[in-house]
Ligand binder design. Structure first.
Ligand code: UP5
Ligand code: MG
Length: 193
């Protein structure tokens, strides 16, 4: 049996992944690891070799090479001392998926994928609204168009891959946060880890 159990949390930019992960942590006791947050921390870390490379990808809405992201995730998993994780915003493309499978098969079992489905316009409106205060270098229209393109062309096929494995629980991410969380609860209750 693998050491870790993992739920991947996917959806477009601003679909509500982070918001719902906070709710899940409160009620279900997972450790929340946002790949984007880990990359933003690594970007700021003095002495990091990857700072500029990470910032270039974030601004462009493109995807950081999996060796960087997966090693940040793995280290955070090991350092937590826990065994159940919500991995938010990863894997986003085939490189991510292959790198994860190479490094983590036998170490972590992917038990479920929570997918927050949200229209492009709602995603854009939410991120632009958040951009008024977030300080994120990618919450602007130019970056958002690229983020949406990457999501559609590279991340949707990963969701489809997990759908074919019957692991995807799809939520309508356009409902209110409380309504979305009610759906999340049903999905997690029906699937005992
Ligand atoms: N909000 C949330 N839910 C709402 C609801 N139901 N109704 C109304 N409003 C709602 O929410 C976004 C905003 O919407 C907030 O203001 C919230 O209050 C409101 P949030 O929960 O933050 O959405 P989330 O899906 O987490 O959006 P986020 O912008 O974080 O998603 P992204 O996937 O774009 O960002 P992430 O941080 O994961 O990645 C950023 C970049 O890092 C990527 O573009 C990429 O360049 C890089 N990256 C990698 O290269 N590899 C990785 O593995 C991960 C990231
Ligand atoms: Mg997020």
């Amino acid at each position: 049996m693998a050491k870790y159990n993992v739920v991947f949390v996917l959806g477009g930019p601003g679909a509500g992944k982070g918001t719902q992960c906070e709710n899940i942590v409160r009620d279900f006791g997972f450790v929340h690891l946002s790949a984007g947050d880990l990359l933003r921390e690594e970007r700021q870390r003095p002495g990091s070799k990857y700072g500029e490379e990470i910032e270039g990808h974030i601004k462009n809405g493109s995807i950081v090479p999996v060796q960087i992201t997966c090693s940040l995730l793995r280290r955070a998993m090991e350092q937590s001392g826990k065994d159940r994780f919500l991995i938010d915003g990863f894997p986003r493309n085939k490189d991510n998926l292959d790198g994860w499978n190479d490094a983590m098969t036998g170490v972590a079992d992917v038990k479920m994928v929570l997918f927050f489905n949200c229209s492009e316009q709602v995603c854009i409106d939410r991120c632009l609204d958040r951009g008024k205060t977030s300080g994120r270098s990618d919450d602007n229209l130019e970056s958002l168009k690229k983020r949406i393109h990457t999501y559609t062309s590279s991340t949707m096929p990963i969701i489809d891959h997990y759908r074919a494995l019957n692991l995807v629980q799809e939520m309508n991410g356009e409902k209110t946060p409380d309504e979305v969380f009610a759906d999340v609860k049903k999905a997690l209750d029906s699937f005992k880890l």
